[in-house]
Each structure stands twice: as C-alpha cells, then as structure tokens.
Design a protein around this ligand. Sequence first.
Ligand SMILES: *Cc1c(COP(=O)(O)O)cnc(C)c1O
Length: 341
Amino acid sequence: MPVDLRSDTVTRPTPEMYRAMAAAELDDDVLGHDPTTRRLEELAAETVAMEDAIFVPSGTMGNQVALATHTAPGDSVLFDEDAHMLFYEGAGGAVFNGVQARTVPSVHGVMEASQIATRFMHRSEHTPGTTLLCLENSHNRAGGTVATVEEHSAYRRAADALGIGIHLDGARVFNAAVALGVPVSEITSKVDSVNFCLSKGLASPVGSILCGTKGFIERARFWRKRMGGGLRQSGVLAACGIVSLTQMVDRLAEDHERTRKLAEGIAGLSGLEIVPPQTNILMIDTDRPAADWARALESEGVWAVPMGPNRLRAVLHKDIDDAQLEIALLAFQKVRNAGLS
Ligand SMILES: *Cc1c(COP(=O)(O)O)cnc(C)c1O
C-alpha cells in the first residue's frame, strides 16, 4: 500500500460507516425525503447553528448552488484572489450563474477585511452591483491556512456595512475550527451560508452539505435539482455523513499533529523549504522540479502532488498513521540522499 498524501479526499470509509450504510433506512429523496438524508441534514444544520441544510454530491456543486441561490446573473461577487471557487470549479460562477468575479487581496489565503469595501461596486447604469462575499476557511491553495474568529467578525461587519451576503466555502471548515480550538459554529454564525465537505478529512466516500436559512435551503433545493444533484436513496451516503459529523471531527487534531511532524522532519533537509502548516496540508518548496520529486517519492511508495513547478503538496488524513508518517519521512530523506540534485 502506498503512503497516499495526495489529498484528504482519498480516505476510505470506516467500519462504522460500512455498518451504517448497510443499516440505513431509505426512501426516495427526490419524491419526498429520504429519512437518513434528512437526519444528516438536520444534524448538520444543528452543528453549524443554522436553520437548515441540504446534502449535495460534491463541494463544487454546493458552492455553485449557493452562488445560484444568493445571486442573479450580472451580479459582482467578491472572492480572494486564489479562491477554490475561482481557480478550480471550471468557471462555474461564470458559466452556470453568470456572475462577475472581483478579487480582494489576501495574505496567506486570509482575506484582508479592510480591503472588502474598496472592491464593492454599487449597481448603476455603468457598474454591475456587488451582492455577495465568498470566503474560504481553511484555505486550500494557500496550504490549509486558517482565518480566525476575529477575522470572520471583521468580514461580517464589512459585509453588513455594504448590505451584502456572505458565503463560506468551508470545504475544510472543521479543520479550521479544530485548529482554532472553537466549535465550528463560532465561525459559521458569522456567515449566511456555508458549504463543507464530508468527503475530505471527515472520511465519507461522497458528499457535501450546504447550510443556510430555511428559505435559502428551500431555494437551494430547486437549484440542486436543476443542476442534476437530486439523488434518490442518498441515505446510503448520508449514513456515512452522520458518522463523519459524530465521530470524525475531533480526530482532525491528529492529522494536524502529524502534519507538523512531517514539516519538522522535512525542514532539516537541504533543498526543501516548508511553509509552516496550520492544519493538515503541507506545502513544500523544492529546489528541483516538484514533478521530479513526486516521481522519486513515488518510487519509494509515497504519493504527493506537484502544486506548481517547484511546489509539492502533502495532505495528512485518517488513513495515515504514525508508521506511515515514518515511511514518508524516510522517503524524503532517502530521495534527498540519493541525490535528486
Ligand atoms: C475540495 C474543495 C472544494 C470542492 O469539493 P469537491 O467535493 O472536490 O467538489 C471546494 N472548496 C475547497 C476549498 C476545497 O478544498
């Protein structure tokens, strides 16, 4: 078995998840409500302290459904310059939702609250009108960096002063909450909608959850169906999501701890510079091309992905234990000593 550090999306379901899938009470979630899916949605809403929630097949769909529900075509939407919603979602904001992106400067993935108002546009004969601010916490491309609760309060104040809504791309918001040592609701209470992934560190095989007010989720349900995301016996998947939320959140701290250990081990190797990790993502700047490093590590049984010409990414997750961490550390040392140079 390779030590798979490509992403936390590679996690396999836990034994509890397989048992929950087999035992799940099911119905058709398009014709009515699947009871297990509904249970997950209610649990999710309660967890983030919002009125309601909807299960969606992917984080990308959750974000795009949220955009569709918050905005109208032609609106201007604010993102940080390296947002997943801009970089990775196939221009869904433009293609499905007809919104125009405007970017707000950020430092290590954390948007500067003081800059939000400077990017706002009034609706006029000439200008589109800004209606929504999109945040990301933890921040994927910045390397799992975390915006604090205080920063979220500042975003809320800025958005309220401008009269615009906030959507949080919280694919890994539980990693952020665990890193900050706060309940996730401390973060989510300062946004109007949040999308989070069950299929990353929380170890479910499939699925994300979009949360918001009752009215918002009712409209989101319509958009989900329109985008092809209405699922039938989705309780098979939702059963895993319930295990994710009840059993897999607190253990994220272990992934963060192992990420720190990997960073410490690599920091001593010549030609490699680490970006100090805040959660479960480690960015490693490489002297030689990252693709060469990835190939050499693969021959030692360790998988990591190049994120740029000289940047390698390693992501820790529940299927990496201390023994595998040790293998990964040895592989980096071995490749270095063997003179990938
Ligand atoms: C993974 C991720 C998504 C998208 O989730 P998928 O389930 O892969 O579509 C959205 N935003 C961020 C920040 C992510 O890391």
